[in-house]
Design a binder for this molecule. Sequence first.
Ligand SMILES: NC(=O)c1ccc[n+]([C@@H]2O[C@H](COP(=O)([O-])OP(=O)(O)OC[C@H]3O[C@@H](n4cnc5c(N)ncnc54)[C@H](O)[C@@H]3O)[C@@H](O)[C@H]2O)c1
Length: 320
Amino acid sequence: MLITGGLGFIGSALARHLVKLEAKVTLVDSLIPEYGGNLFNIHDIQDRVTVDLSDVRDGPAMARLIKGRQFLFNLAGQTSHLDSMTDPLTDLNINAAAQLSILESCRLHNPEVKIIFASTRQVYGRPEYLPVDENHPLNPVDVNGINKLAGEWYHLLYNHVHKIRASALRLTNTYGPGMRVKDSRQTFLGIWIRQLIERNPIQIFGSGKQRRDFNFVDDVVDALLLAGAKSESEGELFNLGSKEHISLEELAATVVRLNNGGRYELVPFPADREVIDIGDYYGNFGKIDKALGWSPHVSLEEGLARTLTYYKQHHAHYWD
Ligand SMILES: NC(=O)c1ccc[n+]([C@@H]2O[C@H](COP(=O)([O-])OP(=O)(O)OC[C@H]3O[C@@H](n4cnc5c(N)ncnc54)[C@H](O)[C@@H]3O)[C@@H](O)[C@H]2O)c1
C-alpha cells in the first residue's frame, strides 16, 4: 500500500488502521511546513511503516514508489483555501499537475494499481440546495476547489479511458486527533481547539449561523478502506457527510461545554475569507451508503471530546 500525504492528518490515521490489518504500508510525504504533515502523527506506528520524504511533484520518485503497489491512497494535497488564492500556482502544481503525473506513472508502470483519491466538497462552491448530492452543480469559489476538481476528474478519466481502477471521495470537514491545529490552514476547527486550550476566545467569523457537517477521522478512514476494498467504487465519486449538521455558533458552544470552560466571540469576517466563504453546506451521503454501505458512526459530541482529550495531552507536538 502507498499513501501519499501519509504523515498528514487523514493519511496517518489511515496508516494506523492498515497497520492493524497487517498491511505493508509506505507513506510518501514532503513535510512542507505549512501543511499538515507531522512525524508525531505516526509516533505509535513508526516502526511498522516505511516513510519516504518525496514530493508528489517529483515524477521519477513517484514512478519508483508506485511500481508494484496494489493500492494507492492518494491524499497528498495543499489544503488551504486562502493559500490557494495567494499562491495559486503551488496549489495547481500539487493538486492538479502532480495528480496527472501520478496517474501517468500508474499507466506506464503499474496499471493494475487501485487508486482512491481524497477530493473535497469545495468543488460544489456555494450550495444551491441542501443537502448537497453528487448531482449538484460544480461552482468552485476558490483556486483550491478548481484544482481539486481537476485532480478528481483526472482520476475518473484514467479509470474510464485507461482502465486504471480509481474512485474519488469528496470529503467534508474532517476533524480528530492529528489534524493541524497550529493555524486555520486545514480547518477553522483546528485553530478553535488551540484557542480553547490556550484559554483564548474562539473566534467565529461572521454571524455564526453558517451550518456545516463534520466527519470524525475514523469514519473517513472507513470510507477510504471501503472504496479500496469494493469494486463498486471504481469509476465513481462519492460525497461523505454526516447525519448531523450544526451552526458554527452551536459548534463553538459545544466545544466550550465539552472543555468545561472557555468562551467564543463573533468577529467580522476578514475580507479575503468572506469572498471565498461558501455559506451553509451539508452533504447527502446516500450514494456511498447505497453503493459501499458507508455511513458515519462517531457522533460529533464523541468525536469532539476525543479530539480535545488528544490535544490537551499532545499539544506540545502540534504548536509549541
Ligand atoms: N481535512 C479535511 O477536512 C479535508 C476536507 C476535504 C478534503 N480533504 C483532502 O484530504 C486530503 C488529506 O487532507 P488532510 O486533512 O489529511 O491534510 P494534511 O495537510 O494533514 O495532509 C496532507 C499531507 O500531504 C502532504 N503533502 C502536501 N503536498 C505534498 C507534496 N507536494 N508532496 C508530498 N506530500 C505533500 C502534506 O505534508 C500533508 O502531510 C487532502 O488531499 C485534502 O485536500 C481534507
